[in-house]
Design a protein around this ligand. Structure first.
Ligand SMILES: [Zn+2]
Length: 120
């Protein structure tokens, strides 16, 4: 399953940072586009499973879905593509070019502040 591979690769990256900083990660934000999208539930489950027994266990994973954008050929407006109303919101033209889909990205990792626990 796609999510299992993604979860493992994200976990590896977080663990690498956690190891370098010697800190416990508490929250991570990932984003994905529309073509290569992630199923939230499957992703949360895959991540929890992969994180079991590591410092990432019980950390929060936030998944942001980046909308697909298109540019109208007629009026040059850039808009968020909506599958239910596939037309330019400005001139209603149905001629538009899709912009590049957002890649799967690990946007940020938050670590527990060691100062909260009296420092290292
Ligand atoms: Zn237009």
């Amino acid at each position: 399953m796609h999510e299992t591979a993604v979860a493992q690769s994200i976990l590896d990256t977080i663990l690498e940072h956690a190891g370098k900083l010697n800190a416990k990660p508490v929250r991570a934000v990932i984003s994905c586009g529309q073509f290569n999208t992630l199923n939230d539930e499957a992703m949360q489950f895959a991540f929890e499973t992969a994180a079991e027994g590591t410092v990432c266990e019980a950390m929060e994973l936030v998944i942001r879905h980046i909308p697909l954008r298109a540019r109208c050929v007629n009026c040059d407006r850039l808009f968020e593509f909506d599958i239910y109303t596939p037309a330019c919101p400005e001139c209603k033209s149905e001629h538009f070019d899709f912009q590049a889909d957002a890649p799967l990205l690990l946007e940020e990792i938050e670590f527990e502040n060691p100062n909260d626990k009296g420092g290292l």
